[in-house]
Design a protein around this ligand. Structure first.
Ligand SMILES: [Zn+2]
Length: 304
């Protein structure tokens, strides 16, 4: 099966030119858009054009952050590099069970939501979680006649009025995400992928097999909406993920359950990579050459 992902428009995802880390008064560390230049500050791009590299980068972020003794600075640099490339993940629209979450009296959150341990949360509290640095004039919302309206004194914000409420939220220049949410998500995805990869290559024995199956089987992606486009005789599925995280979750399932297993772990350095050639075992020629050197050294040792 080939991946023929189509998004709702070729320019459906937004990211800012730069991001930075910022502490709240309660010492919570967030990644926020950096608004240095007023020109060309916000870019739109088609996530499905780079979904393979986005997924590989996410998994490698998880891999690095799972190493023992990894420090906070390394985690920050990993997340920043990812976000500068692809934008924030959009946890705000992914975590609630209901897509029109700001209209509910209590927002019900998915079980593995990353943003809160609570199962239910008041909409005002939930809003604050993602806009901790914005003043009421900069970013607030009202509900009028069953409709959410975003209020802002920022021109950059008001330029998005034509788009959906969810996009006005997660692509806002005031929207930000905690470093820990991003890292935890990347780590979870890598652990699942690593277990999956071990099962696939028979790297496990005994109880570890059951344990690994349990981890992989517990993964749930709660569904990405799609529509069908048929213009000529070729129907196409037009996927409509609500945010970057949903696009990654969707691609993850399709790619790891693909016969060709395009997402692999380098046999020499352990990095996750996307293999165009299904037989590839190493991410770079350097890794392949080095592995061959070790192999022949070991062979020589055996012969002595
Ligand atoms: Zn390698």
């Amino acid at each position: 099966m080939e991946f023929n992902f189509k998004s709702n428009s070729p320019y459906s995802y937004m990211k800012y030119d730069g991001y930075m880390g910022q502490y709240t008064k309660n010492k919570e560390y967030y990644i926020v858009p950096k608004l240095e230049n007023s020109f060309g500050i916000r870019n739109m791009y088609d996530i499905f054009g780079k979904i393979e590299s986005a997924l590989v980068d996410l998994l490698n972020m998880g891999r690095i952050c799972m190493e023992p003794n990894v420090d906070e600075h390394t985690k920050f640099v990993c997340a920043l590099m990812f976000v500068e490339q692809y934008g924030l993940l959009g946890f705000m629209v992914d975590a609630p069970e209901n897509p029109n979450f700001l209209l509910s009296d209590e927002i019900i959150l998915k079980d593995n939501n990353y943003v809160s341990k609570c199962k239910e949360i008041r909409p005002e509290k939930y809003f604050e979680l993602f806009f901790p640095f914005a003043t009421g004039n900069e970013m607030s919302y009202t509900v009028t006649k069953g409709q959410v309206v975003i209020k802002s004194n920022s021109d950059l914000q008001n330029m998005m009025k034509q788009t959906t409420i969810n996009n006005q939220l997660i692509y806002s220049s005031f929207y930000c995400e905690k470093l820990d949410w991003i890292i935890d998500y990347a780590k979870d995805m890598y652990s699942i992928f690593k277990k999956f990869n071990d099962l696939l290559h028979n790297n496990l024995v005994g109880d570890d097999i059951d344990e690994a199956r349990k981890v992989v089987n517990s993964y749930v992606c709660s569904g990405v909406p799609y529509k069908i486009n048929i213009y000529g005789n070729n129907p196409e599925i037009n996927w409509k993920p609500g945010c970057l995280k949903q696009a990654l979750d969707m691609a993850f399932g399709f790619m790891i359950c693909n016969d060709k297993n395009p997402i692999k772990i380098c046999k020499h350095c352990g990095k996750v990579f996307y293999a165009k050639n299904p037989k590839a075992e190493y991410d770079t020629t350097q890794c392949r050459n080095q592995a061959n050197v070790y192999k022949s050294r070991n062979k020589n040792k055996d012969e002595k």
